[in-house]
Write a protein that binds this ligand. Structure first.
Ligand SMILES: [Zn+2]
Ligand SMILES: [Zn+2]
Length: 247
């Protein structure tokens, strides 16, 4: 299956990743990708960039060579109320906002009930596009409820290519999540979660999960420009700001 987009990458700005936007663009071109989302960690992650990094992404050209650069962030849930670590003035300048829970951040240990509640509340934030690595066993969730609400809100469910390797025990959970997405007729978005440009477009593990869950080409938004427009970029246009932030 040919994927034309990677919705989850980290640059040097994240503090623990090792390539620049331009290095990602060059590598993406080599690999035949048409879209790369640059989704550095939100400010609550130790070493992550300041708010200004995100509001100023409007300076990055829409295309570098033939590759469309999607300005993004991987925001953190910072409390049990599902609040996130970027405000509206950043979010409204981005193409892709993925939301996640991470152990080094302020909200770092909830039980299944509180994690589920926090995600359900975060989904009320209209700027969010994708739930990142929901199969992460460090943050147990009621995925059926979260996927149902994600569908209602137009939010994609990520199948993260790094999860089976870097998030122990997550493979089975990821397959179950992908199956539930298929069962209710919703879509997944695949992300490499690259922390160096050589990892961009790496999707083998994620595709293995998708195949195990019976997902087909049309169930994966990365497979066509039409799906990307319909499910990721199109819905954001209603609040997207293209002008620079005045510091
Ligand atoms: Zn993450
Ligand atoms: Zn990430």
């Amino acid at each position: 299956m040919k994927l034309i987009a990677d919705f989850h990458t980290h640059t040097v700005a994240s503090g623990h990743a090792y390539s620049t936007i331009e290095e990602y663009a060059a590598e993406a071109q080599k690999r035949g990708l048409k879209y790369v989302a640059i989704t550095d960690h939100g400010p609550d992650m130790p070493g992550a960039p300041h708010l200004f990094h995100f509001v100023n992404l409007v300076m990055v050209p829409e295309k570098i060579g033939p590759v469309r650069i999607l300005r993004g962030a991987e925001v953190n849930i910072i409390n049990a109320e599902g609040e996130i670590d970027l405000p509206k003035q950043a979010l409204e300048r981005l193409d892709v906002v993925i939301v996640a829970m991470h152990t080094p951040c302020s909200y770092n240990k909830g039980d299944k009930r509180s994690n589920t509640r926090a995600y359900l509340k975060a989904l009320d934030n209209p700027y969010i596009n994708i739930i990142a690595h929901p199969g992460n066993q460090q943050f147990p969730i009621d995925h059926t409820r979260i996927i149902a609400k994600a569908r209602e809100k137009g939010v994609m469910i990520e199948i993260n290519n790094s999860s089976p390797v870097s998030r122990r025990g997550s493979y089975d959970a990821c397959v179950e999540i992908a199956r539930e997405v298929k069962r209710i007729g919703w879509k997944v978005a695949i992300g490499s979660d690259a922390h160096i440009s050589k990892m961009v477009g790496g999707h083998m593990q994620a595709l293995k999960i998708c195949r195990a869950a019976g997902l087909k080409k049309d169930d994966i938004v990365n497979t066509s420009a039409d799906l990307i427009e319909k499910y990721i970029l199109g819905p954001r246009k209603k609040f997207k700001k293209e002008y620079a932030y005045e510091f």
